[in-house]
Design a protein around this ligand. Structure first.
Ligand SMILES: [Zn+2]
Ligand SMILES: [Zn+2]
Length: 281
């Protein structure tokens, strides 16, 4: 049984290809791949990375009996999923040693080959500072802009995981500003897969870190007591009472919800349309 290490480098830098490495220490064997700066296949970054790693694993002849230690970074999300589903002997690990050294070294070589001064080096994992210097160097000269990563292809799919919708009866906690998202108000829901587990995060629309590409939010503008008011149409997950007719709005039935001076008002959709129909003179 052999132990393989899978590591990446350069993902945090806006320029130059991410480096992927597959390494065995005993006996020493090294495979490296570069993620292209851009691609036209519509794949996500994680999918491109998965393909490149599988290709290295096949060249290396990695078997399901071998032990595989993978860096826990998001860039390997699809790889983690693949290894799990295909019953490899794997786990995530913080990378030190050969895999980490080689990944950093190959990323650095890329930069130096492009003309970046070789005496400026990454010291004691101070990535932020080093990447800032590299980015500054790239932006200094128009002819170097071709080394920038295409952020569009790397970001595009993330928006698919974010969706505008209306919160239901339970207040939620905003993952950005940490204050409460009121019941029956617009919010952004993010559904992610983290190591095969479904993780949900919620944001105020203005707090969302990514512009959502999905939208399940329905809003209606109406007039209440002469005041223009905007509210949401959503299903309730508990019974509510209609502000107009005082009858029950059963759980699961779409209804209109809005706030008037911090007070929640609920209406049957039929009662809302009655309210909005001008009275006959
Ligand atoms: Zn917020
Ligand atoms: Zn009603």
């Amino acid at each position: 049984m052999r132990t393989w290490y899978i590591e990446d480098a350069g993902g945090g830098c806006r320029a130059f290809s991410e480096v992927l490495v597959l390494v065995s220490e005993k006996p020493r064997e090294v495979y490296t791949s570069l993620v292209p700066l851009t691609w036209q296949t519509g794949q996500t970054l994680e999918e491109v990375v998965l393909e490149l790693v599988l290709e290295m694993m096949s060249r290396a002849g990695v078997t399901k009996e071998d032990q595989i230690l993978v860096c826990s970074g998001n860039i390997f999300n699809d790889l983690h999923k693949y290894l799990q589903e295909n019953q490899y002997n794997w786990s995530t690990a913080r990378m030190e040693g050969l895999a980490h050294e080689i990944a950093e070294q190959v990323f650095f070589e890329q930069i130096v080959n492009a003309g970046f001064p070789a005496y400026i080096k990454l010291t004691s994992r101070n990535y932020r500072e080093f990447y800032q210097l590299v980015e500054k160097w790239v932006l200094e000269n128009k002819s170097r802009l071709r080394y920038l990563k295409d952020r569009r292809v790397r970001q595009k799919p993330i928006g698919n995981k974010y969706c505008y919708k209306a919160n239901r009866s339970r207040p939620r906690h905003c993952s950005k500003c940490h204050s409460s998202i009121l019941p029956y108000t617009p919010m952004v829901e993010c559904r992610m897969n983290v190591h095969g587990k479904k993780v949900h995060r919620y944001y105020h629309p203005e707090c969302s870190p990514v512009k959502p590409l999905k939208n399940k939010l329905v809003t209606i503008e109406t007039t209440l007591n002469g005041q223009p008011t905007c509210g949401v149409v959503t299903k309730s997950n508990r019974e509510e009472r209609c502000t107009l007719c005082q009858k029950s709005i059963p759980a699961g039935q779409p209804a209109f919800f809005c706030y008037n001076n911090d007070q929640l008002l609920s209406f049957h959709l039929s009662c809302l349309s009655i309210m909005n129909t001008p009275a006959e003179a």
